[in-house]
Design a protein. Structure first.
Length: 191
């Protein structure tokens, strides 16, 4: 029985897990299979086979989750610090340098700044809670068209036809009747 060959560039063989992990790390850093192939001395076709395999996708997902968790922790700390600063400004006011006295003093926060901060924080809280930040009444196109058709019908049958009836009444001879025709217009009834 022959011993497995050592990995040498350009020679097919078994690749160590260390080399595969290195390939994933370099690929994630560069985003290029060609650059990864050149940097770690693995043939491009081998790298492409690895990329299509399940173990590659699982490892990439695992590394991205670790990265996400690390970032989430850092963002949590930054948010805590930012909220502490906002609360300090709301309670004690803004810091301002007084040129006459040469000292820093606190002045009340401006209402505009408080409102902007409040609305942004409220929007973000709503997003975190998966609740709407805006409530917009939406209508389907069919409902909008039906609404327009109803308004147009009211306009045509209401205002225009009433005006036409008044004109006909002026022209009517006593004893004649005014009736609405099938097309929606008005006319004098023929006996």
């Amino acid at each position: 029985m022959k011993a497995p060959r050592k990995n040498t560039p350009g020679v097919p063989g078994l690749w160590s897990d260390k080399k595969k992990n290195e390939a994933i790390a370099v690929y994630l850093a560069t985003g290029s299979a060609t650059l990864t192939s050149e940097q770690i001395n693995v043939p491009i076709h081998t790298l492409n086979k690895w990329k299509a395999s399940t173990w590659w996708k699982d490892k990439v997902t695992e590394l991205q989750k670790e990265d996400y968790d690390r970032l989430d922790t850092r963002l949590g700390k930054a948010l805590d610090k930012a909220l502490d600063e906002v609360m300090d400004r709301l309670e004690k006011g803004e810091c301002m340098f007084d040129v006459r006295t040469g000292k820093v003093k606190r002045i009340p926060a401006k209402l505009r700044d408080i409102n902007t901060t409040f609305t942004q924080l409220l929007d973000k809280r709503q997003l975190i809670r998966k609740q709407p930040t805006k409530i917009v009444e939406q209508q389907s196109t069919a409902a909008q068209l039906q609404n327009l058709a109803d308004q147009f019908t009211k306009f045509v049958t209401g205002k225009l036809n009433e005006d036409r009836v008044i004109d006909l009444v002026k022209d009517c001879i006593e004893g004649e009747n005014v009736v609405q025709l099938e097309d929606g217009s008005w006319g004098i009834k023929d006996d």
